[in-house]
Design a protein around this ligand. Structure first.
Ligand code: GLA
Length: 382
């Protein structure tokens, strides 16, 4: 829905013109998976699929939430009675942001809010962070809180960790809030330092395909948390603040100190951090056509060492590769969701058709396949 359409719908539903419309994008991660909560490096980009919110401040302390998802009608609650773990469905994302702002001591007024989103749900493209980032951008403006992007990142992370109950890092919010058209966001998760890295697949004769496997996942489930716990255990035994402080050359020592599973988890993070740095270097030099092997190595590491892939993701990646993609990997937290495949334009149709065929032959649900390019981060539309 365009901003004027969303505003018109808001007026129809709530009987008044909204104070504004804000949008924030989903993301794909080019490379750097499960490195963010290890103080490491990530290289995501914002995509042209966005969550949009129209909001009007109310005179009373009530929050009324409605979405175009067509699920549950209008949800109402008193703004000062929000409790972690109490909210249902998509409402936990806007409510989580309100709660996290309150925890910072920011007085949030009552409001009516209408949400619309084109970020596919549960596809590993950060649909929840897109909502949170659209809401925090709006509330930052409407309350005059004046938060910097770095503070908004930490506030939405708190909403996710403590209100939603998903122990996630800072990558997704950073891509959504700090993304820029034509660029990937090279983020140092230790200090939130950002460098915008040009990523122009098109001029290299390539497209970035997203293959949504339709296998849905939730980071509030155990798999994500248990990987995070293994990383923390590894760092503790190795005597470092975070796995960011372990280098590839330190791996033999790590092997001698860690149990076999923890060692493989650590090896993934350590080698993945190094792959992010190599990718950034290659993008600055030879360009996107040179990063295929690193994408492949990243996928193998997630499949074999970190064990967060699934048969559908592996099939998507393998089929894309054997049909001409120059590199492919699962993207996001894993256990389902989407893969990306960097593909020469000349074989795009062949790759798409082969993946659809392979899924059908394997008896899997039909995947959804689309292209993405790096798009702008969160912004106010009206
Ligand atoms: C999810 C989390 C991120 C990050 C990725 C894995 O998307 O929200 O913080 O940990 O998984 O790289």
């Amino acid at each position: 829905m365009s901003a004027p359409e969303l505003a018109a719908r808001f007026e129809q539903e709530f009987g008044a013109v909204p104070d504004g419309v804000w949008q924030a994008p989903g993301r794909v991660n080019l490379i750097g998976e499960h490195t963010d909560y290890n103080d490491g490096f990530v290289l995501p980009f914002a995509i042209d699929k966005t969550a949009r919110v129209a909001i009007k401040v109310r005179a009373d302390p009530m929050v009324r939430l409605l979405s175009t998802y067509g699920d549950q009608g209008t949800f109402s609650t008193a703004i000062d009675s929000l409790e972690p773990d109490s909210a249902k469905g998509w409402t936990k994302y806007p409510l989580g942001v309100i709660w996290a702002l309150q925890q910072r001591g920011i007085a949030v007024p009552g409001m009516d809010l209408l949400l619309d989103s084109t970020v596919p749900l549960g596809a590993g493209l950060s649909s929840s962070h897109a909502i949170e980032c659209a809401v925090i951008s709006a509330l930052n403006d409407l309350t005059g809180a004046g938060l910097e992007a770095e503070d908004m990142v930490l506030t939405t992370q708190r909403a996710e960790n403590e209100f939603v109950g998903a122990p996630t890092g800072i990558m997704d919010q950073s891509a959504s809030l700090r993304g820029s058209k034509g660029h990937a966001v090279f983020l140092d998760c230790r200090d939130q330092g950002v460098e915008l890295v040009p990523f122009d697949a098109e001029s290299a004769g390539l497209v970035m395909l997203v293959i949504d496997t339709k296998v849905s996942h939730s980071h509030a489930d155990g798999g994500y948390a248990s990987r995070r716990a293994s990383c923390e255990l590894g760092a503790r035994i190795l005597g470092v603040k975070a796995l960011r402080d372990v280098q590839v050359a330190d791996l033999p020592r790590a092997k001698s100190l860690l149990d076999e599973v923890t060692y493989r988890r650590v090896r993934h993070v350590v080698t993945e951090n190094s792959r992010v740095l190599q990718t950034v270097e290659l993008l600055a030099g030879a360009g996107p056509g040179a990063i295929g092997e690193l994408l492949d190595a990243s996928h193998a590491s997630m499949r074999d060492d970190f064990e967060i892939s699934c048969p559908e993701l592996d099939l998507a990646v393998e089929t894309a590769r054997t049909n001409g993609a120059i590199g492919a990997r699962m993207t996001g937290g894993g256990f389902g969701g989407a893969a990306i495949a960097l593909t020469p334009v000349a074989v795009e149709q062949q790759v798409r058709a082969a993946v659809v065929r392979a899924f059908s032959e394997a008896g899997y649900a039909a995947p959804e396949i689309f292209t993405v390019t790096p798009a702008a981060g969160a912004l106010r539309l009206s």
